[in-house]
Design a protein around this ligand. Structure first.
Ligand SMILES: [Mg+2]
Length: 124
């Protein structure tokens, strides 16, 4: 497993903490943002290997931020995985249409999640 730098964007504090802890346990460096604007500030000073992006965020949503990042030559190559709520049918298609490279359904499966992330990092 290659340790990576991963930006997690989620406005749900419990979810942000859970995902961050799972990733840190795997040896990854985690950057955490509770909204799109904070994520943009972090990205001005860092280029992570992967972004985990909640779709439903206050203010700018995850789809809009994904479009902005994918359209920017500096950040366009960073893989973005959407965090979509299981109940929200159609979110997966919207996430892929916005430029996300994949999606994970919430609530997070804490066993499958680290495997999913390492496979994704190995592939990118
Ligand atoms: Mg949210």
């Amino acid at each position: 497993m290659i340790p990576a730098s991963i930006l997690v964007v989620d406005d749900n504090a419990t979810n942000l903490k859970l995902i961050s802890e799972l990733l840190r346990f795997e040896g990854h460096r985690v950057l955490a943002a509770s909204d799109a604007e904070k994520a943009q500030v972090i990205l001005e000073g860092a280029l992570p290997d992967l972004i985990l992006m909640d779709i439903a965020l206050p203010g700018m949503d995850g789809l809009e931020l994904t479009r902005l990042l994918k359209g920017d030559t500096r950040t366009g190559k960073i893989p973005i995985v959407a965090l979509t709520a299981f109940a929200m049918k159609g979110d997966e298609q919207k996430a892929l249409a916005a430029g996300c490279d994949g999606y994970i359904t919430k609530p997070i499966d804490t066993r499958a999640f680290p495997v999913f992330v390492s496979n994704l990092l190995a592939a990118s």
